[in-house]
Design a protein. Structure first.
Length: 503
């Protein structure tokens, strides 16, 4: 049942069954600028049953001369049995251009991070996009993330303010290049949340923490909105490259749009069964970005990745503090490497990011260290795509990982040492900043080398000899000392592989 206040111009509709396409009560504002009142308010109430669609829409008839749209909402949170999801309701806004998937009507999303928002031509709540308010039917998007067995009762309060609109600002975006060191190893964190989604930090605060963490580049990745893009210009500088993106947060997993063109919005309103992901992965690439599934084995509702990896440019294997789901992701990725060499097809590089939201979440832990020709969006993306990178828990950890043959052949991380199957190969790892960590060398045959713990200085060199016949690839892991039992310790760092032999 959906109902509303008994006011002129209002109507109510009954929904009969959770499987029905839900049409919700609308809010009509017919007075516009000819009213003596500068503001008008309407209230819409309704109940969403268990099994509701992922997204439903409340129409709002916006008249001419509307200067500001403001929305607040509440919903009930009834007690539920242990193990049963309770109510959680996300919210966003689409303008008169409609709610078509991938269309142009998107005006903002706050998920469940805010209870109110506003939109004007010159300003908007973080997460929402300022711009001219045109007359027509706007729609408040409701996303019942989880619904209790009793249903979810909500109340929307919609206030329009009339008057002359201010001028919409021209957006200014951060530059796509910073002052680099030529071809060098650059450190970055490509999964960060500001107050434009469910983070609590401003872009300026995030940039300051990135600099303190020794980062050279970051990527904005707020959930389901690009509203932060113009707000990073002042945070960037010669010493910090700020790439722009989005965390596309679907009900079947999250994926980073890494380094898209400024102002790019990528829709998220689909599941794996809808067969829509390929379309929006192409949207990311057409906008100059990389497609990076995030925390693929995370246990939060809707986080587990179900779209497959056929569209992935890289995979976020390590997300924030190292936990068992990261260990599963690392093992799954290693299985993908084995399949790639067995089947003779391309491989997908791994990366790590902090997913920092608020204090005390550390920015840059972990961080991806990329060998790139320059500190530019294009060069960093090319390094990530090629797998010329390793992941470290902090700026303190540095690695140099190479493989060489007997006649001067040489390959680094992400590369291939093209020698015959029986050629002796020397694998060399130089480490600094990892006290008491253990080095493991992992191949398609499993872990073939485990060293003694590094000294308390954190520095050391490991050499290991093999042949392409015995190892189709080799990658390095640094593990902290294991507290107890046979399980490996938490990661301090890991590399992408070096491939051995002719393909």
């Amino acid at each position: 049942m959906c109902d509303d206040d008994a006011r002129p111009g209002r109507r109510s509709l009954i929904v009969t069954g959770a499987a029905a396409a839900l049409t919700l009560g609308s809010a009509t504002f017919a007075r516009g600028a000819d009213t003596m009142h500068r503001t008008e308010t309407r209230t819409v109430r309704g109940t969403l049953p268990a099994g509701s669609p992922d997204f439903v829409y409340v129409p709002v008839d916006v008249p001419e001369h509307t200067r500001e749209i403001k929305v607040s909402y509440t919903y009930d949170r009834p007690a539920v049995p242990a193990g049963t999801p309770g109510n959680a309701l996300d919210i966003g806004l689409f303008d008169e251009r409609g709610t078509e998937l991938g269309g142009k009507g998107f005006r903002g999303w706050s998920g469940g991070a805010r209870t109110e928002f506003f939109v004007r031509a010159d300003d908007a709540t973080p997460g929402y996009v300022p711009g001219t308010i045109h007359a027509g039917t706007w729609r408040i998007a409701l996303g019942p993330y989880t619904v209790a067995p009793q249903g979810l009762s909500y109340e929307l309060t919609i206030t329009l303010t009339y008057g002359e609109q201010a001028a919409a600002p021209d957006p200014v975006y951060p530059p796509q290049r910073a002052k680099g060191r030529g071809r060098a190893w650059y450190r970055g964190d490509c999964h960060l949340h500001s107050w434009h989604s469910d983070g609590r930090r401003t872009p300026a605060e995030i940039a300051a923490l990135a600099r303190a963490a020794g980062l050279d580049f970051i990527n904005s990745s707020d959930h389901n909105t690009h509203s932060s893009h113009p707000h990073w210009a002042d945070a960037a500088g010669d010493d910090l490259l700020v790439m722009l993106g989005e965390e596309i947060t679907t009900r079947n997993g999250h994926v980073l749009a890494l380094g898209t063109d400024p102002g790019t919005f990528v829709d998220w309103r689909y599941r794996a069964r809808d067969n829509r992901f390929g379309r929006f992965a192409r949207r990311v690439r057409e906008s100059g970005g990389l497609v990076v599934p995030a925390h693929p084995h995370a246990t939060c509702v809707g986080c587990n990745w179900k779209f497959g990896f056929g569209e992935a440019d890289a995979i976020e294997v390590w997300n924030g503090p190292y936990t068992p789901d990261d260990e599963v992701a690392l093992a799954d990725w290693d299985g993908m490497l084995v399949a790639s060499v067995r089947d003779g097809r391309g491989w997908i590089p791994a990366m790590g990011n902090s997913d920092a939201h608020r204090d005390p979440d550390p920015v840059g832990s972990p961080q991806t260290v990329v060998l790139a020709d320059d500190l530019s969006r294009e060069a960093i993306q090319e390094g990530i795509r090629a797998g010329r990178s390793y992941v470290a828990e902090s700026r303190k950890v540095s690695l140099a990982f190479t493989a060489s043959g007997g006649r001067g052949e040489h390959a680094g991380i992400g590369g291939r040492l093209a020698v015959s199957p029986d050629t002796p190969v020397t694998v060399r790892l130089e480490v600094s900043g990892a006290p008491r960590c253990t080095v493991r060398l992992v191949t398609d045959q499993g872990v073939l080398f485990t060293g003694d713990p590094l000294p308390v200085t954190g520095s050391g060199v490991v050499e290991w000899r093999t042949t392409p016949a015995n190892a189709a690839y080799v990658r390095a892991e640094l593990r902290h000392e294991t507290a107890a039992g046979p399980l490996p310790g938490a990661l301090a760092a890991f590399t992408n592989p070096i491939f051995l032999g002719h393909r």
